[in-house]
Design a protein around this ligand. Structure first.
Ligand code: FE2
Ligand code: FE2
Length: 288
């Protein structure tokens, strides 16, 4: 770190570098730029109270994981589902069909937001403020898919329960109050082909999971799913679904970024659900 600390730009670049991306996706933004950052408040969700808390704690910047008041512009990030499905061998037309309805919902819902509420407070406090969403979620996806792939490579007949147990070794899941849940399927059934579906703004719900099942993927892993969407999948009674838990799973992707900040001498104060610590042994998964 320079003796003068990091800039908000540096904080974003460190996240992008984790996954080899060159620019911030539409669900991530620098709301109030700043420099000289040595102490950061980092949380999964940040609101106006946390901005004031940061000032009280003497922080130089605040970083949220979840986007703050910009649902009106972030729907295109959901299109990442198409790339993930295609990477698992699903034809483009089927992948596009699976996201169409939800994209329309996201765009419509976004118009309801007061996008300036929290950001206006950060501006008035003049406290550097940003959020980093898809880059951290992509880091998390790579780590989780990497663990799944290694588990399958050791034993191609590995069961759903054993996949859940392998993921559950991460400190983020060990510290979580939620547990990794087999939402669909028998625990002792072979996991088969497994897709870790994460890092595309939000989970793909019924339509994306069903599209994976229709194209030869035996098990989908989401970090969360709406109850109604799970009920639809259950009614059809096919496919296997693991739910890893929202806050623990988000932490899996945020922690490698925090580790990089700490390696540069930045003090990080964790709030709002950040669990566990990055295990440097998992750095190998971040490359692909
Ligand atoms: Fe996330
Ligand atoms: Fe999240």
């Amino acid at each position: 770190m320079s003796p003068h600390g990091l800039t908000t730009e540096d904080l974003a670049t460190i996240a992008l570098d984790l996954v080899g991306w060159s620019e911030l996706p539409l669900d991530s933004a620098i709301y109030v730029p700043g420099q000289g950052i040595r102490r950061v408040l980092v949380g999964i969700d940040i609101g106006t109270a946390e901005l004031l808390l940061a000032r009280q704690l003497g922080c130089d910047a605040v970083v949220a994981h979840h986007p703050v008041g910009m649902r009106h512009r972030m729907a295109p990030v959901y299109r990442r589902h198409v790339e993930l499905m295609m990477a698992h061998g699903i034809p483009r037309e089927a992948a596009e069909a699976a996201i169409r309805e939800r994209i329309e919902e996201l765009e419509t819902a976004g118009h309801a937001d007061n996008y300036d509420h929290v950001v206006s407070v950060a501006r008035l406090l003049n406290i550097p403020f940003l959020n980093l969403h898809a880059p951290c979620d992509e880091a998390g996806r790579r780590i989780l898919q990497g663990i799944i792939n290694e588990t399958l490579a050791r034993n191609p007949r590995v069961s759903l329960r054993e996949i859940a147990e392998a993921l559950g070794q991460l400190s983020e899941f060990q510290e979580a109050e939620t547990s990794i849940r087999i939402a669909l399927g028998e625990p002792d059934a072979p996991a088969g082909k497994v897709a870790m579906v994460h890092g595309a703004l939000t989970n793909g719900g019924y339509a994306v999971a069903r599209t994976y099942f229709d194209h030869g993927i035996d098990t989908v892993v989401y970090i969360h799913i709406a109850p109604g969407e799970l009920a639809r999948l259950r009614r059809e009674g096919r496919g296997q679904l693991l739910i890893t838990g929202h806050i623990a799973s988000d932490s899996v992707g945020i922690n490698p970024w925090i580790a990089e900040l700490e390696a540069r001498g930045v003090e990080v104060i964790r709030i709002s659900g950040i669990l566990g610590r990055f295990d440097p042994a998992n750095r190998r998964f971040l490359k692909s």
